[in-house]
Design a binder for this molecule. Structure first.
Ligand code: SF4
Length: 476
């Protein structure tokens, strides 16, 4: 598909994706369809409609996600078949759909997302009108063979929207964001637990700074407010296109995030360096409270962390500050300069940090470490359960509780304690269910060990060999 997309004129789009989201040990998603990330960013926004263009099965899965989130936003679908794809009719169909839906009374923005097949076929979304009756039209390619994780796909759309908003702001007056702080603001980049921006605002208050609209944003005009910040904070370090737009708007960018005592102190110093405002008062007010909370909620466990959200290093830092031992952190996201302080801090404490970690690496690390708690993706958690290792789905752990400041410091201890307590129960369950559901005991309806039909394997082997031989003979 990659070659097909290049042949169909998508080289520029693919090269940009490859530069922003470099490949690692694995070059294709090992989790959900990456377009889910872009779709989700569109679903967050008011007065925004999304049109998906891709195979029906992909669109079914993606729209299911929007129902799952109860998004109550419009998601359109432009179907295709071989003929409309090959004859270029698909592009015409998309353009008609965009014209049909782009009504200023209903929408500020219409987002069109090319999935794998239309991207590989070169459907040129860049030729869509930039606006129809004032409704902005944004077309993006988000193929699974170009964007390695759904996390980075969030950045594809967030960056495209920021770029559009920046160019609007540069060429004339724009709408005022609904909520504008009187103070200079910090734009937090990344999807955060709702209490976190509030907590970060409390941290920043002694510096005379406030938290501005976040990226990804809730509303189009918030993008102007996000761009109009004193400093952008790349708390999720993989938003490469979004950071590029912030820098193009002349904003300094700070990496890492305010986790634990060390992390919060270093982050406030970074904000101070970017703004020229002393962080002493903010540190004097917040650090003792974070220290007290960590001391009151100690964690005594060996934990491995794996995930694809991009905040894995920050979570590991917080756990270590609370007393945990974290020998391994794997993130499906790539190494960027915005997580560099976290990598250095973790490695100085003996943690192995694996960027672009594959599931195989995460599982190998868990088997090696045999932790008290394995925090990871669904397949890793499944593997851990089979082995009787207490485990927790990373997204459930981080998306349901704060991470930053004093609130974050106390949030993880209870869930770690609750999970690690289950080790004996897990061991009993593994003993009880021993061998059930594995190998030939998987499935039901068999009273004996299932046998292959006599000679079947042999027949298929011979057929495969003959086919390979015939293929090799062509052109010889
Ligand atoms: S084929 Fe592409 S668009 Fe479809 S689900 Fe897979 S990665 Fe997503």
């Amino acid at each position: 598909m990659l070659e097909a997309a290049r042949a169909a004129g998508k080289s520029e789009s693919l090269d940009r994706l490859l530069k922003d989201y470099p490949r690692g040990p694995h070059d294709q998603p090992q989790s959900m369809c990456p377009a889910f990330g872009s779709l989700r960013v569109g679903l967050r926004m008011r007065r925004t409609a999304t049109i998906l263009c891709g195979s029906a099965c992909c669109v079914y899965g993606l729209t299911f996600t929007s129902h799952f989130y109860g998004a109550r936003r419009t998601v359109g679908y432009v179907p295709f078949n071989s003929e409309t794809l090959v004859r270029g009719q698909l592009y015409e169909d998309i353009r008609n759909a965009v014209h049909e839906i782009a009504k200023p009374a209903d929408y500020d923005t219409v987002v069109v997302i090319n999935l794998c097949v239309p991207t590989a076929s070169g459907v040129p979304l860049d030729r869509l009108p930039k606006a129809i009756d004032g409704v902005r039209i944004i077309g993006i390619d988000v193929p699974g063979f170009g964007v390695p994780t759904h996390a980075e796909a969030k950045d594809v759309l967030a960056g495209a929207m920021l770029r559009y908003a920046r160019l609007e702001a540069e060429s004339g007056p724009v709408s005022r964001p609904r909520a504008m702080a009187d103070l200079p603001t910090v734009t937090l980049i990344g999807e955060l637990f709702p209490a976190d921006p509030v907590g970060v605002g409390i941290l920043l208050a002694p510096m005379g700074l406030a938290v501005g609209p976040q990226v990804p944003s809730r509303e189009w005009r918030d993008l102007y407010g996000a761009l109009d910040c004193a400093v952008a904070a790349a708390v999720h370090p993989f938003y490469i296109a979004s950071v590029r737009e912030m820098q193009a708007a002349g904003r300094p960018v700070a990496g890492s995030g305010p986790v634990g005592v060390d992390g919060t102190a270093a982050w406030l110093d970074g904000i101070s360096a970017a703004t020229g405002i002393s962080a002493d008062a903010a540190k004097a007010r917040s650090l003792p409270a974070i220290r007290d909370t960590l001391d009151a909620n100690p964690i005594d466990a060996r934990i491995t962390i794996s995930g694809y959200e991009g905040s894995e290093l920050l979570v590991a830092r917080l756990l270590i500050e609370a007393g945990a031992t974290v020998p391994y952190v794997g993130t499906a996201c790539p190494k960027t300069e915005w997580s560099e302080p976290d990598r250095a801090w973790l490695e100085a404490r003996g943690t192995h940090v694996q960027y672009r970690a594959s599931l195989e690496q995460d599982v190998a690390a868990m088997l090696d470490v045999r932790p008290d708690l394995a925090v990871g993706t669904t397949p890793l958690v499944q593997k851990a359960k089979e082995l009787g290792i207490p485990s927790l789905y990373f997204t459930n752990m981080v998306s349901a509780r704060p991470l930053f400041g004093a609130a974050g410091a106390g949030a993880l201890a209870a869930i770690v304690a609750a999970q690690t307590k289950g080790r004996d129960r897990f061991a009993r369950m593994v003993g009880f269910f021993d061998t059930v559901g594995a190998g030939e005991t998987a499935g039901y309806g068999w009273k004996e060990i299932p046998r292959d039909p006599p000679g079947a394997k042999d027949r298929y082997r011979k057929a495969r060999e003959a086919k390979a031989k015939a293929a090799a003979a062509v052109g010889s």
